[in-house]
Structures are given as structure tokens and as C-alpha cells.
Design a protein around this ligand. Sequence first.
Ligand code: TTP
Ligand code: MG
Ligand code: MG
Length: 406
Amino acid sequence: MDGVIYPYEDPLVELNDRIKFKHLWRRWPSVVDEERVEATDGPRVIIHCDLDAFFAAVETLHHGLDESVPLIIGSDPKQGRGRGIVSTCNYAARVYGIRSAMPVSEAWRRCPATPFGPAMYIRGTRGLYSRASRKVMDVLRGAADLFEKASIDEAYLDVTEHVNGDWDAALALAINLQQKIKEVVNLTASFGIAPTRLVAKMASEVNKPNGIFRVMPDEVQAFFEGRSLRDLPGIGPKRATQLAEWGYTTADELYALGELSLARLAGERFAAWFMRVVDGESSDVVSPLRSRKSIGKEHTFERDQEDHEEVLARLLQLVSLVMERAVSLGVSGRLGEVKIRYTGFETHTSGRSIPVAMDDETVFRRLASGLFATNIRPEASIRLIGFRLGQLEIPESRQTTLFEEE
Ligand code: TTP
Ligand code: MG
Ligand code: MG
């Protein structure tokens, strides 16, 4: 990598100040409550850990890059004509409004690479990330009673027994884990500590990057005050828009409605779930199975593909890759889904379930070809094709294997 070093830009100086400022928060957490809870029948103590700008941080270390240079990880931007998306970017790039999943052409428009602008674009090195992730997960797993790797850069730890229900011990543990991760892989991570998975996840965002935020059981309601419903994992954009149309944009406004009225408006299941979430009582346990909902692979064509046979051939390759992954994880699936994105980004997903979960490649190749044939628009040119295996199950006899792997 020819590291072109660029001069500091004003917004970046600001950003660096912010990082330092947030860093201070970690040393003096606002919460110093002494409450202790009996480990067995009190609330659970859940820690959520998420690495900061993960892919970008790994590349920065690997190539010895300057953190103040905007770094975008994703598909080749091709001088703004690239057709893929951004995986992630460092915090210097976020100043320009660049975000994960944004078309890379849009990122280029906001901040091009040399000689047009200060940014640096890297395609990404999957192997590096997996290796770093594994090391981090090993550190975290060691501290957890129950452990759940939720994605390549995040995990939930139920540490209730480990800290004997002591919330100060949990805070100390998070600080300790943060330092250990720094020592082992030289990456920064953010932590949330809370009585439920969902609040812990939201809390880990609060002081990002390199931050820790703790929400005690009696602070959960206050934590949701003024918080946008869109920020709640579990409320999708569709649901959030619907609620906003009814005049509810924050969690406390919706909560004030009461469960009965909310049920009439949004359905009983949602109402019950939501009230429990804000009460800090969600029963979602930390479990290694919970997080992996599906296995999927996608391919974006270099140029929009009009030859449907070519697309189908690629789809079948993806099916093989997905099923290989399923077999290596020891899971079967009941649902096969084909995703087709046409020229202009219009996207269609169609799925079909089979009666029992299987990990048989032939079955899903047939299912995928069928879905493709019935759903493809004649004459249309295609930008992206994808396959996903869902409704995963673990055959009882194989559970230990997956637990070790995850
Ligand atoms: P995130 O934890 O969502 O993001 P991040 O770690 O880059 O940044 P943050 O500091 O806000 O946590 O995702 C972890 C990695 O997963 C990310 O570095 C790249 C990859 N990723 C994608 O490839 N595509 C995506 O759309 C997202 C959200 C993440
Ligand atoms: Mg992250
Ligand atoms: Mg993450």
C-alpha cells in the first residue's frame, strides 16, 4: 500500500477532539450507583461489545495508515463509477457522511481519493478480519457465563454469575476487557452494560468509539426517554414510519400510551414486546444460536447482466457456497430465498420453505432455480443476484460443534 499521507482537515481535528472527549467519559462514568443485586433472582447483567469501525481499524493497523485520513472499505470505487457498496469506513470518513451500505459511488462523490480528494479506498481482506475477530471473541468468551457472537465484530456476554450480580464489578470487567482487546489485537471496542440484550446493544453505541456506557436496572426507563423509535433494534423502518404517522417518534411517547391502547394500534405481540423492552424485562437470553438467522451470499455483476442463463449459473454457485457454509457450521435450513436486483436498484426477494430443515445442496439448487424461473422479469437486466438460507436449525446431535465454532 503506497500510503499517501494527507494534511489534517479541519473536520478531522474536531473529530479527534471528540474521540478524546469521549475517552474521558469512560474514565468517569456518570453512573456510580452502589446497588448490588442477588445474582440468581435479580436482573441479568449483560455486556454487549462492538468493535469500532472494525474493517477500517484492522486495515489501518495492517498498513500502518494515518487515522486522520478518511478510509473507506468496500468495493472498487473506480473513480466514482464503481457499482458496489461501502462495507464500512473510519471515523474520519464518517465526517463526510459516508456510511456502511452506501453505494461506493456516493462515497466517492462525498470524498474521492487522491488526486481528487483526501480519501483512501481499500477493497478489504476478509481473512484479516476473521483472524482479528477470532482473537477478540476468545478474549470475550473467557469472561462470559453465556456467550453469543452476534456478528464478526460484536458479541453478547451474560456475566451475571461471573460478577455475582455486582454492577460495579461488571463495569470493571468491561474496562478490563477493553484493555485486553487493545493488548491482544490493538483495536478499540465499545461496551454497553444493561439488564437486557437490547438495552446493552443500544448502550454500546452511546459512547462509541472506545467508550463504555452502563444502564442500571432502575435506569432503563430513563434511558428510553426521548430516544427515537428508529434506534430500537427490533423496530424496522416500516414499523417506525407507521408509528411516526400516528404521531409517535420516541420510545417514551409510545410507552405512555399504555399496553392496551398500543395493542389496539400496533397489535398485541408488538405491544407486549415493546412494554417489556422499556421495562427492562425482556426475557431474551444470550444464546449462541440466536444471532445466526440465516446464511447468505450475493454477487454484483461488473456490468448489468442481460443473459439470464449467466445469472442462473452464478446463482447456483452462490447456492453451493451457502450450503458449504451451512454444512461447515452444522446447521440446516428450512427456507431458501433468491434476491434479484435489477438495473436501477429495484430489488425483489422471493422465498420458499421446505417441510423439514435440510442441508442438501441439490434440494436448494432446485428450489433456487425454481424461484429464479418464476420470478425473473423477462428481458430485464440484472445488477445483483443473491441466495439466502433461512429458518436455521441445529440437529440436536451437532449442537456442541456449533457452540465451539461460534
Ligand atoms: P458495524 O459494527 O456495524 O460497524 P463498524 O464496526 O465498522 O463501525 P462502528 O464503530 O459504528 O461499530 O459492522 C462491523 C463490520 O461489518 C464493519 O467494519 C464492516 C462490516 N459491515 C459490512 O460489511 N456491511 C455493512 O453494511 C455493515 C453494517 C457492516
Ligand atoms: Mg462495530
Ligand atoms: Mg457490529
